[in-house]
Design a protein around this ligand. Structure first.
Ligand code: FES
Length: 120
């Protein structure tokens, strides 16, 4: 899903933040409200790469993180849902273990251009 497809979200081409605004191994969260519909996404940084998903675990549709910007377990290799411990591949969003094994996070299409993270 493109970020600009989320109602209340940014238009394509809008800058969300700079890559340097996100600490390596951490994420930045963004929320968009349209009427009663609140959509939350997160953009996770791994070095010079970014991975963006809806912040909604496919098990019970709860946000994955309990601390701002922290979506991984201790090793930093997997996203972990803090609610029931599901583990997700960072690059694909696939659930690898836990109650939603075989399902996955909803990826959000964004761009990284000239050090800026941009809505697609
Ligand atoms: S809500 Fe994420 S594992 Fe249950």
């Amino acid at each position: 899903m493109k970020l600009s497809d989320i109602s209340g979200g940014p238009k394509a081409g809008e800058i969300l933040c700079a890559l340097r605004d996100i600490e390596d191994g951490k994420a930045m969260e963004f929320s968009y409200q349209a009427g009663d519909d609140l959509r939350e996404i997160f953009v996770h940084r791994m070095g010079d790469e970014i991975f963006a998903y809806e912040n909604s675990c496919p098990h019970a549709y709860l946000p994955l993180n309990m601390k701002a910007g922290l979506f991984t377990e201790k090793s930093g290799k997997y996203f972990m849902c803090q609610n029931h411990g599901a583990l997700f591949d960072i690059k694909s969003g696939d659930c690898l273990a836990g109650p939603c094994n075989g399902q996955g996070l909803t990826p959000i299409e964004i761009d990284l251009t000239d050090g800026n993270i941009i809505a697609r």
